[in-house]
Design a protein around this ligand. Structure first.
Ligand SMILES: Cc1cc2nc3c(=O)[nH]c(=O)nc-3n(C[C@H](O)[C@H](O)[C@H](O)COP(=O)(O)OP(=O)(O)OC[C@H]3O[C@@H](n4cnc5c(N)ncnc54)[C@H](O)[C@@H]3O)c2cc1C
Length: 317
């Protein structure tokens, strides 16, 4: 049975983009700061939480509180607040979904935040800070958050920073679900960010990329994708591009499998093992997963054998 959480943060801003999609800004009461340097790395997350209402005399078997990890979309240069990009889940798995408790809250309301940023889905801990390849960031829905933090931080540190090495492909069902679109379009204009908004259920007037975010890595759309990304034909390959993915298992699985024919190696111990990748070969596809469903069922021998064959052919093995 979970305990009541002691609230230690205030909601200072909220923007609703769709009925079930919002940007929340949270100000923790106190933050452990480093005197110099960033207080978190863009791409990291914190844990936030809420208590449910307790009605005296009414038996309720549910836990008293719930905590969930949330990626930070603000840059570390915002010293006092965290911003989050959150979807209210339609079909929760738990008895006490955090997003359902959060939906009625308004500016000034209190909640819990463990203000200790965590996680390795950062440029430093994936491709490395010195990597000069194009970072292809594939995001479905709220999976955009870490990439917004990464792009924002670079321009906050240097407004003239070039972002030509960053491509963000953001997928949503409808254009209204393309959070941060105006800001990312502006970064494309002013700083060279390669921004590709993708809509899977477009209206007739949508002129951008059609399909889910991961369709940018579909074999059948390779040339169209390379054009959209500003790459030459054949250039979507691991010596020119490293791939970062964020979201639910479907987006990750489709991106990972779509890129095997070009020799992209997933950064995942189990997958590297079943794909028989030698230790010296560096990974070129990294991800942050928001749910628990395995990205690829490694017990499915036939599936794994087919994927391994594709990857080995690409690697000339
Ligand atoms: C490292 C990390 C960072 C995360 N960052 C974010 C974030 O920035 N924004 C965010 O909205 N969620 C994020 N999540 C997911 C978040 O932690 C919760 O799982 C989610 O908010 C649902 O929690 P819940 O208690 O409301 O629902 P639960 O009862 O826990 O329901 C879980 C169900 O919700 C689905 N689900 C989980 N996340 C999403 C989502 N983002 N969109 C649609 N369906 C989802 C899962 O598939 C699962 O079936 C992150 C998860 C991890 C592990």
């Amino acid at each position: 049975m979970s305990k009541l959480l002691e609230y230690n943060a205030t909601l200072v801003a909220r923007e609703d983009l769709e009925p079930t999609l919002s940007v929340f800004r949270l100000r923790p009461d106190s933050i452990e700061r480093h005197e110099s340097g960033p207080w978190f790395e863009p791409g990291q997350y914190v844990t936030i939480g809420m208590n449910r209402a307790v009605v005296e005399g009414v038996e309720d078997p549910r836990p008293l509180s719930v905590r969930r990890p949330m990626s930070i979309s603000s840059p570390p240069e915002d010293r006092d607040e965290f911003e989050f990009y959150i979807r209210r889940v339609g079909e929760p798995e738990s008895d006490l979904p955090l997003t359902h408790l959060m939906w009625p809250i308004a500016v000034g309301d209190r909640m819990y935040c463990r203000a200790v940023p965590t996680g390795h889905f950062t440029v430093e801990h994936t491709v490395g800070l010195e990597d000069r390849r194009l970072k292809l960031c594939v995001a479905a829905g709220t999976g955009l958050a870490p990439f917004v933090s990464i792009a924002r931080s670079r321009v906050r540190r240097d407004p003239k920073a070039r972002l030509d090495d960053l491509a963000i492909v953001h997928g949503a069902s409808h254009a209204t679900g393309l959070g941060y679109r105006a800001e990312l379009e502006e970064l494309a204009r002013t700083n060279g960010l390669r921004y590709i908004p993708a809509v899977s259920r477009p209206t007739a007037d949508w002129t951008g990329w059609r399909g889910r975010a991961e369709s940018i890595c579909e074999v059948a759309r390779r040339e169209e994708a390379e054009d959209a990304l500003g790459l030459s034909r054949g250039e979507l390959r691991p010596d020119r591009v490293a791939v970062l993915i964020c979201g639910l298992n479907g987006t990750i699985a489709n991106t990972v499998t779509g890129l095997l024919d070009r020799g992209f190696v997933p950064e995942n111990r189990k997958l590297r093992r079943v794909f028989e990748i030698e230790d010296e070969r560096p990974s070129t596809v990294f991800w942050e997963q928001y749910d628990n469903t395995p990205v690829i069922d490694v017990k499915d021998a036939e599936l794994v054998a087919g994927l391994r064959r594709t990857l080995h052919t690409a690697l000339g093995k």
